[in-house]
Design a protein around this ligand. Structure first.
Ligand code: 1CP
Length: 342
């Protein structure tokens, strides 16, 4: 097993950590903008295996990252379950909402998603043929809570208010939605693995808004169920969990869920994460994405700080969240050179 990413996920402490970047195929890259224009719009790009493969490979060609992440979106799963999905330019995603039993009853069963998602599996198959031998292929899905927040609100929200409201007002319906998403996510990720994904990552971008027992029930428990079922179906499959902004909830999250690696956002210090999270196994993170915009000596210093904090245990170097469209591609190169060159 030579791929650096897989070695770190297996618990090995490496001299130089493997590197990849959330949203590494994205609007900060001119070649991405060109291919997206060719596709017409974002969803057409996601469902075009040839072009989705191309944009996944672009950052690998340019930077030689240690991992490629399938180009897709967490909101394709609700669409496969029957929700309408569209993107409003300059604003973001819009979905038909699920707030009543009637809305829920119209959703498809978990096993019925695959016809819609077939082009995504085809992209994974192409990538597993075309990637360089040293580059690992990561598949992904949103975690049930995060996907539910978009399905309930019909869009992205600052505080996930509509999802918290449904949870308070109609808990059986809310829990039925979480269960349906949990089952569908298992089937979706399982197909990605069959198509060639070597690692899967669960993005729980809004985990931080779940407090106390809600965090255990709706972030931790569904993640644990997905991981346990995936590992039964695919023994040895490495899994990264990202309960973003979990704070103290990061402590013990890997052990409790069975995740091989816990991805850390940049609201916690790398030193804290090394002491409290990396002591249990591999961690991923956590340079602030803003450095990809501002660059300079501050980028170099912060990158060195992340590398130094995690150097005594298994670590995958990444940002604490996705790179933003205003980032400078040269700053990404400076980050990589700093990680690899000291
Ligand atoms: O080209 C464009 O204008 C579309 C921008 C874009 C991109 C590049 C969206 C819309 N999605 C994606 C791709 C994407 N999304 C990937 C591809 C792989 C990669 O390079 O990393 C991944 C892993 C995601 C995951 C995703 N989508 C998350 C979880 C991670 C995170 O950022 O917290 C979430 C919350 C989404 C929803 C989504 N999709 C797109 C946008 C703008 C959003 C956020 C909407 C909001 O909350 O307001």
């Amino acid at each position: 097993m030579t791929k650096l990413l897989l070695r770190a996920l297996a618990g090995e402490t490496l001299d130089v950590p493997p590197i990849w970047m959330m949203r590494q195929a994205g609007r900060y890259l001119p070649e991405y903008r060109a291919t997206r224009a060719q596709a017409g719009d974002f969803l057409s790009l996601c469902f075009n295996p040839e072009l989705a493969t191309e944009v996944t490979l672009q950052p690998i060609r340019r930077y030689g990252f240690d991992a490629a992440i399938l180009f897709a979106d967490i909101l394709l799963l609700p669409q496969a379950l029957g929700a309408d999905l569209w993107f409003v330019t300059g604003e973001g995603p819009r979905l038909s909402t699920v707030t009543t039993q009637d809305d829920f009853d119209k959703l498809k069963q978990a096993g019925e998603i695959h016809d819609h998602l077939a082009p995504i599996y085809e992209t994974v198959r192409r990538l597993s043929r075309e990637l360089p031998a040293e580059t690992a292929l990561i598949g992904f899905a949103g975690a049930p809570w995060t996907v539910a927040t978009y399905m309930i609100a019909g869009k992205g929200t600052k505080d996930q208010g509509p999802a918290h409201a449904l949870k308070a007002e109609n808990r059986p319906l809310f829990e039925a939605l979480i269960d349906r998403l949990t089952e569908a996510t298992i089937d979706y990720l399982s197909k990605q693995v069959e198509a060639g994904a070597e690692v899967v990552k669960l993005f729980d971008s809004w985990a931080g808004s779940l407090k106390g027992e809600d965090f255990n029930r709706y972030a931790l428990a569904p993640t644990q169920r997905i991981i346990s079922e995936l590992k039964t179906r695919h023994p040895g499959l490495p899994i990264i969990a990202f309960p973003r902004e979990a704070g103290a909830g990061y402590i013990g999250f890997g052990k409790a869920t069975g995740a091989d690696c816990v991805a850390i956002d940049n609201s916690v210090s790398p030193r804290w994460a090394a002491e409290n999270v990396q002591k249990d196994g591999c961690v991923q993170g956590n340079l602030a994405p803003g450095h990809m915009v501002t660059g300079g000596q501050a980028l170099v210093d912060a990158t060195r700080e992340v590398v130094a904090a995690f150097k005594n245990g298994p670590h995958i170097f990444n940002l604490g969240h996705g790179i933003t469209p205003d980032a400078d591609p040269e700053n990404v190169q400076l980050m990589i050179d700093t990680v690899r060159g000291g």
